[in-house]
Design a protein around this ligand. Sequence first.
Ligand SMILES: Nc1ncnc2c1ncn2[C@@H]1O[C@H](COP(=O)(O)OP(=O)(O)O)[C@@H](O)[C@H]1O
Ligand SMILES: [Mg+2]
Length: 266
Amino acid sequence: MSLPELREVDVSYGDLPALRGVSLTAAAGEILSVVGANGAGKTTLLRAISGLLRPQAGEILLEGARIHRLPSHAVVERGVMQVPEGRKIFPGLTVRENLDLGAYTPPARSRRRESLDRVRALFPVLAERAGQTAGTMSGGQQQMLAIGRALMACPRLLMLDEPSLGLAPMVVQEIFRIIAEINRAGTTVLLVEQNTRQALALAARSYVLENGQVVLAGSGRELSGNEHVKRAYLGMCVWRAAAAGEASGYDNAVETTMNRVRLASC
Ligand SMILES: Nc1ncnc2c1ncn2[C@@H]1O[C@H](COP(=O)(O)OP(=O)(O)O)[C@@H](O)[C@H]1O
Ligand SMILES: [Mg+2]
């Protein structure tokens, strides 16, 4: 079962197209990542799935049911939660108050105690700082709080918009480790990132988004070995790849799985 599936989705801001013919599928239970540069359309993609933006064309399905015409609260009630870019916690409220606000749907409210225990176990720092004003915490702790707050809604699909943004490498490692743990406990994860190396390593499969279009898809290993991905996203020079004796051109395995290829010159 797919959680979610996008079929040829177009989203525009006025006349400006932000997503063009995007098709992608996350299998229930997996970590899927979408990588791409600033402005590629990653946030737009998540906002379309969340019901915050309406596609002009195409369909978005959740376990086979169309959700692209539903209001965002109805999408949340179906178990989709988005951790927004830049955290968007309530800085003037305490950690505990922020977490309590996450459990706002009726089913989540009834499981609030259990969810709080789970969040405290995943993020002990949030238990230690329950009474602290959220805005006074570090960026990493605020990201943990944003993820914890989303978990309070008991999501089946957790969507994370650039959780590594602005964080030190050690903190990013810790957050990615916790995302893997959340996934192992059964939550499907859709991660969008500019941090390509980490996202490819974490996800079972990844899509590369460029100018609102999917240009490549494959496993982390396939994409990490792809010349275009290496040059454009992993900061590897052509001569380094050549010196390492790697084949030039596109990896066949990747080529078979790509939706559409639009080669960008490096
Ligand atoms: N609210 C908006 N109004 C108009 N254009 C927007 C808006 N949000 C994003 N865009 C444009 O849509 C494109 C995709 O943006 P976005 O989805 O935010 O990309 P990413 O998250 O990958 O950085 C960009 O060209 C951006 O300038
Ligand atoms: Mg974004």
